[in-house]
Design a protein around this ligand. Structure first.
Ligand SMILES: *Cc1c(COP(=O)(O)O)cnc(C)c1O
Length: 377
């Protein structure tokens, strides 16, 4: 059996170890420390955002963002339905209700039309949604400008889930910096990693200071341990922030490589009958975290994305179905949802191809060979 090719595996540069060693040598083997402070500064500079706090995961960042925006039990929070469950779970942690919004065709992200329809409908039921979580899925920027203008019209704050979109931009401005609060993830499969970690970013320094306070057990200013709020243990470890600093130094290379992987698949399969790729529209720049394809079996002589998945798995090559929309998940199917069939269709027809920046040209050729073989190209 040939060596396994993963969908998206961690890609160390070698530069990380210097910062990890610094943590060991100074014995800052703790949550917090100089690597955390510097990682926050460097990430803020990369994104051009005023303030950053490094956290234990993207999920914890979403949880804190919702708390900071005042989400309480019984509240409603609007969110993209076509996403990973980590976007939605924190809404449930708070006893609030997710209101799920389907996708538009161009970026696969939240439909501005359905967002406005949902807001009007919730308002007519006497409930003003407390917040809106907009996801930039697979690194492709959502129609954030349109979504923001609707949110602004109804005065509802926006959280951007940019977990998959670090380095993606709209009109030159980084995803994660448009809404009131942005969140990032540094999980092992993301474009850069700290093995596990996340961040909350905002131009509102008070929000970020509040996140930092809540993430360190909400300790009041007092000589003893005093607490007037429920706290969390959500900060990033100084050892892991060292990995993040090394990763951030080469992020531009990682983005360029992911984009070149997309170009490789698109150049070699873009003309094939029944196979389509997701283009960047007008002002959007995608980090191309994962390359995705849609497979229309009526134009591939019956070959489906499931057939491709199985054929590549038999060759020890990992592919993955697109995210199953949250309104179709057993745990969330009773949540109010505003749908148009788009994300369900994407789920039925779509597949993520191996996209890791550490793949060699030989590995890409091996994947292409087997893709062409199953498609009889
Ligand atoms: C990875 C991911 C998260 C969660 O990040 P973790 O660091 O794994 O907690 C949230 N939203 C989306 C869209 C993700 O892909």
């Amino acid at each position: 059996m040939e060596k396994r090719i993963w969908l998206s595996s961690p890609h160390m540069s070698g530069g990380e170890i210097k910062y990890v060693n610094e943590a060991f040598e100074s014995n800052w083997v703790a949550p917090l420390g100089p690597n955390v402070d510097n990682f926050e500064l460097e990430l803020g500079r990369f994104l051009s955002v005023k303030s950053v706090t490094a956290l234990s995961s993207g999920t914890s960042a979403i949880h804190l963002a919702l708390i900071i925006l005042g989400v309480k039990p019984g509240d409603e929070v609007i969110a993209s339905s076509f996403t990973f469950s980590a976007t939605i779970n924190p809404i449930a942690y708070l006893g609030a209700t997710p209101i799920l919004i389907d996708s538009e065709e161009e970026s696969w992200n939240m439909s501005p039309e359905l967002l406005e329809k949902a807001i009007i409908d919730r308002l007519s039921k006497g409930k003003k949604p407390r917040s809106i979580i907009v996801v930039h899925l697979y690194g492709m920027p959502s129609k954030i400008i349109e979504l923001l203008s609707i949110a602004k019209k109804y005065e509802i704050p926006v959280i951007e889930d940019a977990a998959e979109a670090l380095g993606s931009k709209v009109g030159g401005k980084s995803c994660g910096t448009f809404g009131e609060i942005g969140i990032l993830s540094f999980n092992g499969n993301k474009i850069i990693t700290t093995s596990g970690g996340g961040a909350l970013v905002s131009d509102n320094i008070e929000y970020v200071n509040n996140a930092r306070f809540l993430a360190t057990q909400a300790r009041d200013k007092a000589p003893h341990y005093q607490h007037s709020q429920i706290g969390y243990n959500y900060r990033m470890s100084n050892v892991l922030a060292g990995i993040g600093r090394g990763q951030l130094e080469i992020i531009e290379e990682r983005i360029a490589k992911r984009r070149s992987i997309f170009d490789f698949y698109n150049k070699n399969l873009g003309q094939a009958n029944g196979i389509s790729f997701l283009p960047e529209k007008s002002s959007a720049f995608s980090n191309r975290w994962l390359t995705t394809i849609l497979v229309d079996p009526s134009r591939t002589r019956g070959i489906s994305c499931e057939d491709i998945h199985k054929a590549l798995e038999a060759e020890n090559i990992e592919t993955r179905p697109l995210w199953k929309p949250m309104h179709l998940q057993p745990i969330f199917e009773n949540c109010p949802s505003y749908t148009n069939g788009v994300s369900e269709r994407l789920f039925n027809l779509g597949l993520c191809l191996p996209s890791g920046s550490n793949m060699s040209d030989e590995e890409l050729d091996r994947i292409l060979f087997h893709l062409k073989k199953v498609l009889s190209l």
